[in-house]
Write a protein that binds this ligand. Structure first.
Ligand SMILES: C[S@@+](CC[C@H](N)C(=O)[O-])C[C@H]1O[C@@H](n2cnc3c(N)ncnc32)[C@H](O)[C@@H]1O
Length: 270
């Protein structure tokens, strides 16, 4: 069982270190990130990811949701830190902070760890900028049982509080890989199933696409879409018809429609 540490000063060095994790620089330097909420932290623990420490309000320590997380985390060796409401608010950076905040180690994999045959469906995101889009894609990837999400090129930080929040806990269930454009091109060249780039200039209507497992869906960046290099690397390009005034779909919406279209046809009874 872990010891419980009580901290009442907002200038305590540990509190400052935790708060600094809102800044990308500090996340890069420490390799750590924040995840908020009892449910999210419980999901992490259920998936075998143990927080290094959790912080919660001393006056909420016996609330059911906090108790469950506190006990499970303590049993797994997590350090427990009790604070007052004002400090938790400062750590959270939100007016209405969640009751528990966890500090976790980042886990990002390289493509050498990716075995396409491990799952029938995968998602790749080239240059995704918006942490909300990234998080929503990870959540959908989790929902369809995808093997992982591959980040290509320069992207938003997948471990920013906004990105983590948008995953709704799926960041702990879906492996995240990082790849340069060249590494992604090489992966697609040796991909054993179907690789589909989603693009407005796609050749095929997505309803006509034949998917063979493992299928990888490749989405482009919010501003300018898939680069020519990635378009060339994909086995086929698919478009979602745009019938109205809108000229494109939100990136995470397009990714979700494509993932479910592929899932439907890869696993018709799933
Ligand atoms: C906001 S869109 C980018 C729009 C950009 N102006 C373009 O020309 O591609 C972001 C990504 O979502 C996907 N996407 C959005 N709408 C789509 C559609 N109608 N058909 C296929 N993919 C789409 C593509 O992967 C695209 O790169």
């Amino acid at each position: 069982m872990s010891d419980v540490r009580e901290i009442s000063s907002p200038t305590n060095p540990l509190i400052k270190e935790i708060r600094a994790l809102h800044m990308r620089k500090s996340r890069i330097e420490t390799g750590r990130f924040l995840a908020e909420g009892a449910r999210t932290i419980r999901e992490a623990l259920d998936n075998g990811t143990v927080p290094e420490l959790i912080v919660y309000r001393a006056d909420q320590r016996d609330e059911p949701a906090v108790t469950v997380v506190r006990k499970a985390a303590a049993a797994a060796g997590t350090a427990l830190v009790e604070v007052n409401a004002a400090i938790l608010e400062k750590i959270s950076n939100r007016d209405n902070p969640q009751s528990v905040i966890g500090v976790f180690r980042q886990k990002i994999r390289s493509l050498s760890e990716l075995d396409p045959l491990r799952a029938p469906l995968w998602l790749a995101l080239e240059g995704v900028r918006d942490p909300g889009n990234f998080g929503t894609c990870v959540r959908t990837a989790d929902a369809v049982g995808a093997g992982g999400v591959i980040l290509i090129g320069t992207t938003c930080d997948p471990f920013s509080p906004e990105a983590v929040r948008a995953t709704m806990g799926s960041i702990f269930a879906v492996p995240v890989f990082a790849a340069s454009t060249q590494e992604a091109v090489d992966l697609l060249a040796r991909w054993p199933g179907t690789s589909v780039g989603t693009a407005l200039q796609g050749a095929e209507d997505y309803r006509q696409v034949k998917f063979r497992a493992p299928t990888i869906i490749v989405n482009g960046t919010e501003q300018s879409g898939l680069t020519q290099e990635m378009r060339d690397a994909c086995g086929k390009l698919a478009k979602l018809p745009m019938r109205g005034r809108a000229d494109s779909l939100n990136l995470s919406v397009a990714a979700s429609v494509m993932l479910y279209a592929a899932l439907d046809r890869l696993l018709p009874d799933g």
